[in-house]
Design a binder for this molecule. Structure first.
Ligand code: FMN
Length: 315
């Protein structure tokens, strides 16, 4: 057996594979052994009860799915009373994904979920910042720094900032999160997209636009993960289009310390377990004892020397 343990900030995980927020619930225990996962990440909770966005909320596209769920939520009390105890029955650390429209809302909610038993706080900062014209916190290094600072002051629990691929420069946002005290960054949430039903001349999502996830976004998010790995010293968790061990390995080799799996679980509920088994087999076949020996091992291409380049040009 390969040693799959990784440490993500101040959190030691038995392995680097965990669900992405919003694509996972305790009901998945019917299909897989949740105790085998590196961590358990719940759907984002917000400070107030919410109904969610207009229907339809999901649309399939050739290489991924669009969603505009809008974070329907029963509020923090229900989360602390029901969701946290349901997940705490399992061994892996429980990651509470939180979001709010204001800095104060984020900080209060973090304190509440940690008091309720959450092991890690994942701040979903891709939501609109009501104090800045509704622009997402995560598109601005300044707004990210403000919210992460407040979260850091509100809790000593490990704090992960989940970044948005819609930021103009995600590496700068990762640096702001690190400087403000985040223990890790998650790269990333969904990419804003759109689809139109041409016969009805209507957008295929009730909200008009929505987040694209799945295989279509993997090369983009892998590139962003690599850029963030180079920009910060804290661990980076890769998330976007991961469906196989080979996908996960691409992120790990690029330097991600762990990975999250979202859309692929909808297609095959056992995806995360298959990825774990295949990661173990891949390492064993190559005599690799620890998964940490794979992380950040991307080899550079050699730049051709001038003579060789001239030979090539002559061919
Ligand atoms: C149906 C659906 C609901 C989601 N809900 C949340 C959410 O509540 N909070 C969050 O941070 N991300 C949410 N996401 C984004 C995922 O956690 C993940 O970042 C994204 O889907 C990219 O990963 P994937 O390509 O493996 O799905 C959601 C994604 C989907 C498809």
């Amino acid at each position: 057996m390969t040693d799959l343990a990784v440490d993500v900030g101040r959190c030691l995980l038995a392995n680097p594979v965990m669900p992405a927020s919003g694509t996972f619930s305790e009901a998945l225990a019917d299909a897989i052994d949740l105790d085998r996962l590196g961590a358990l990440v719940a759907k984002t909770v917000m400070p107030e009860k919410r109904a969610g966005n207009a229907l339809p909320r999901v649309a399939e596209t050739p290489m991924g799915m669009l969603n505009s769920i809008g974070i329907p939520c029963k509020g923090p009390e229900a989360f602390v009373q029901h969701t946290i105890p349901a997940f705490k029955r399992y061994r892996p650390p429980f990651v509470a994904s939180i979001s709010a429209g204001t800095v104060r809302g984020f900080a209060d909610l973090a304190a509440q979920v940690v008091a309720g038993g959450a092991d890690v706080v994942e701040a979903n900062i891709s939501c609109p910042n009501l104090e800045a014209d509704g622009h997402a916190f995560a598109v601005s290094p300044k707004a990210t720094a403000r919210v992460v600072q407040a979260l850091r002051a509100a809790t000593d629990a490990p704090l992960w900032a989940k970044l948005s691929p819609n930021a103009p420069n995600i590496a700068e946002v990762a640096m702001a999160a690190e400087a403000a005290g985040a223990d890790a960054v998650v790269v990333a949430n969904t990419i804003l997209g759109m689809a139109i039903d041409v016969e009805r001349r209507r957008t295929r999502l009730g909200a008009g636009m929505g987040g694209l996830s799945g295989p279509a976004i993997k090369p983009i998010v892998l590139r962003m993960t690599y850029q963030c790995v180079r920009a910060v010293r804290i661990p980076v968790i890769g998330c976007g289009g991961i469906a196989t061990a080979a996908d996960a390995l691409e992120f790990l080799i690029a330097g991600a310390r762990a990975v999250q799996v979202g859309t692929a679980t909808f297609r095959h509920p056992t995806t995360m377990i298959r990825i774990l088994d295949d990661l173990d087999a891949w390492c064993r076949e190559r005599g690799i004892a620890r998964i940490t020996d794979v992380i950040g091992t991307l080899e550079p291409f050699e730049t051709p020397q001038l003579e060789a380049a001239e030979d090539l040009a002559a061919e």
